[in-house]
Design a protein around this ligand. Structure first.
Ligand code: DGJ
Length: 487
């Protein structure tokens, strides 16, 4: 029995290790690996549920709070702690339906809770979106606690300074002045609310980005410049992330400029973290990959970003190593993980790649994520859309795209990674797919199949022997693939 338990424990550790390998007690030489795409698992083996997350660093510990979307439309607010942003300990539900406030869980729900420490009162303060089920209340909520991990006490809920307020965040400036920033007046503008010295109420507000309908704002200060990332209002669906910057919080914000691809790599901004090391300062973008594929499976995505005087380098990094002592980061080396592709060749593929030499199928296995295989948009689809012949369009959903690859020899494989195009456009993103393997190129077995391929994420399947693989998809508008890797 003991033996079995030990095996179970080892298996559980291996599972966690797969998605979140890490080293702790960081010193100059120690690196933590952050891997994006999968649900995080806490130290008790449960899913980490902290969406729309807010962060506070106390000593060497990060505290993260966020929406628990596991079972309820009315999320509790969970708190987790971590020293490396990978190994998370569940602290507690710091705000709980029914318990913290009688309306929570029925008449009221919380979104995007954000955490601050007020040095003046030595209190921890949470501001959040405090909403009714149909989003008509448009209010903010304030909670406080004398200890970081709560539980938190309800202080106030309402429209700050009488202004209708929804999606939100907080920002504490270098001098300790705190701000609540939210999407105001039916999602039309952003409101920047300066808070009182005790952080418990709003005392003044400035309207920003008038009529621009921005939400999910996240502000960071780098030197004497403030940078803000925000999204458009498209519910839980992703849209482009936009950057704006200014030397003052209340005026002079630059025009909004898109950073990253058309769907912000399937994320929406939640926070920006600053890692100040002995050698450099690294900024980490934290975004929500909502509905992946359903709300409870939403993921938290982290990757390094950097700022220049008038821009932000916002490139998705699926996996990277970070050194919390020096502040440095590097893409994780994957040279030992994936099967060598030098002997691979494309045996077959759908659609007219040859007529589009720049997008030929071999670009999906050439080891360069800047090149891609892209199928031609079917003429029948274009025609169907033009003539509004929806039955014809519907028929196209049944047309199948495929790529068949010969790996040159039989390998034992247990998963694949499909890297989406990296040219900033999201057209051709594969969601529904099937992955087949074969030893002889004649008898095929589907080892993985789903209507939902998570964005740029490794997909595991039971280990098998294969010399050939085939990736198929029924994406109606065609598919684009930068790279396929197998491990
Ligand atoms: C997008 C927001 O950013 C989320 O926090 C949430 O309010 C959804 N809209 C609700 O549709």
């Amino acid at each position: 029995m003991k033996h079995l338990l030990l095996i179970g424990l080892l298996a559980a550790t291996a599972h966690i290790g797969l998605h979140a390998q890490t080293t702790t007690n960081a010193t100059q030489n120690e690196w933590t690996t952050i891997t994006n795409g999968n649900l995080w698992i806490d130290s008790e083996g449960n899913d980490v549920q902290a969406h729309g997350a807010g962060f506070l660093k106390v000593g060497d510990t990060w505290y993260m709070i966020g929406e628990d979307r596991s079972s309820s439309w009315h999320p509790d607010v969970n708190m987790y702690s971590s020293k490396d942003l990978v190994n998370w300990k569940f602290e507690r539900k710091i705000i709980e339906n029914k318990v913290t406030h009688p309306d929570l869980g029925s008449k009221r729900m919380i979104e995007r809770p954000k955490l601050m420490y007020c040095a003046k009162t030595q209190q921890y303060v949470v501001w959040c979106h405090w909403e009714s089920s149909n989003y008509a209340a448009s209010e903010a909520g304030v909670f406080y606690s004398n200890t970081v991990n709560g539980p938190y006490t309800y202080h106030w809920g309402g429209r700050p300074l009488g202004v209708k307020s929804r999606d939100c965040n907080v920002f504490v400036d270098n001098d300790g002045t705190a701000y609540f920033i939210s999407t105001i007046e039916e999602n039309q503008h952003l409101g920047l609310f300066r808070l009182s010295d005790n952080y418990l109420s709003a005392v003044e507000y400035t309207e920003l980005f008038k009529w621009k309908s921005r939400e999910a704002p996240a502000i960071v200060r780098v030197g004497d410049t403030y940078y803000m990332l925000s999204s458009a209002c498209t519910g839980w669906d992703p849209n482009p992330c936009m950057l704006s910057y200014s030397k003052s919080l209340t005026e002079g914000w630059s025009e909004l400029k898109q950073v990253g691809n058309h769907i912000a790599y399937d994320t929406q901004a939640a926070s920006i973290l600053t890692i100040k090391g002995t050698k450099q300062t690294t900024h980490l973008y934290v975004g929500d990959r909502w509905q992946d594929p359903r709300l409870p499976e939403s993921k938290t995505i982290i990757f390094p970003i950097s700022f220049t005087s008038d821009s932000c380098l916002f490139d998705y990094t699926r996996q990277f190593d970070i050194n919390y002592t020096t502040g440095e980061w590097r893409p994780t080396s994957t040279s030992d993980r994936y099967i060598d592709k030098r002997q691979w060749r494309v045996l077959d593929c759908s659609s007219a790649e040859n007529r589009q030499a720049d997008y030929a199928a071999h670009y999906a296995i050439d080891g360069d994520i800047k090149t891609m295989w892209q199928t031609e948009t079917p003429k029948e689809l274009i025609e169907g859309m033009r003539t509004r012949d929806w039955r014809r369009v519907e028929r196209m959903a049944k047309s199948q795209h495929r790529i068949v690859v010969d790996m040159g020899k039989v390998n034992t494989i247990k998963g694949f990674l499909c890297t989406p195009r990296t040219d900033g456009i999201s057209l051709g993103l594969i969601r529904n797919y099937a992955f087949f393997v074969s030893e002889d190129g004649k008898n095929w077995e589907a080892v993985s199949k789903s209507h939902w391929m998570p964005y740029w994420t490794e997909i595991d399947f039971a280990p098998c022997q294969a010399r050939y693989f085939m990736l198929t998809s029924n994406e109606r508008r065609g598919v684009s693939v930068a790279e396929i890797d197998v491990f």
